[in-house]
Design a protein around this ligand. Sequence first.
Ligand SMILES: [Zn+2]
Length: 304
Amino acid sequence: MKQDIIKYDENIYQIDVFMENKPGRMSCYYIDSTNPILIEVGPSNSFPYLISSLESLGINEVKRSAMTHLHLDHIGGIGHLVEKYKEHFVYIHELGLKHLPNPEKLWKAVSEVYTEEWLSTNWGEIKPTPINNLRSLKDKELIDLGNGRKLEAIYGPGHAKHHYTFYDEYSKTLFMGDTLGLIYPHGNFVQPNLPPPDFNKEVLFNTLDELYTLDLKYVALAHYGIHKNPYQLIINAKENIELWIDFVTKLPNLSINEATESLQIWLSENYRILGVDEETINNYVNNGNFKMQIQGIKKYLHID
Ligand SMILES: [Zn+2]
């Protein structure tokens, strides 16, 4: 089975889980400290890739994991994880304790954005997780990684109201989930990721401003990878979110599909001006879920 694993400082592994069978779309992380932890599991369909990568590293048992938020591209495989590792437990926002033992409601809510058919085919169905395998997080909670190393859970809403980021002070790495946005590997700019119903600019900017004050060497994104210019990327994310909101605010009265197309065209033109190559532009345009972005921004602006 295909694998792409990169080892960073202080035993941090970046694992490509080949979301939608494509490379560079979703990364999970494994901190191989004295008391190790997995960060994110990825969608259901990616679970075999995650397991084969962990096993290739000689990791045959994972005792615990931490999830950034309740979106299915991050937690879809959670039922598989607790089924495979019997004593496994998962740190997650408290809403996870409500939804994950009976994920039907979560599935239905996400289906309304993506359609059920798309979800089943591309991410796969979610299995229930027994409540005993779940632990709710508190803001600033310290998860023990052994030998004095701690992972701090920082509540960070804005992208989703159930979002945590995880800060490893020892390696100065911040595991961002989707708080920052998308970077399809190059590390030069961030593409906003602003889904309904929770995207809120002020809330997200408060989160990003708080994270900016941390002592950072790396940011680790879910989509995608570890980057070495954290402060520049946080500033760029905020600038681009402002530009997107401004663009949507100034759109004439268009249907949702027309607005989606306008955003895609405007963005591709901007990327060309920035000198981005066509392959990278296609990667963003084909994987940006622009309809969802329009819906998220319009909901935030109360013009949906
Ligand atoms: Zn995501």
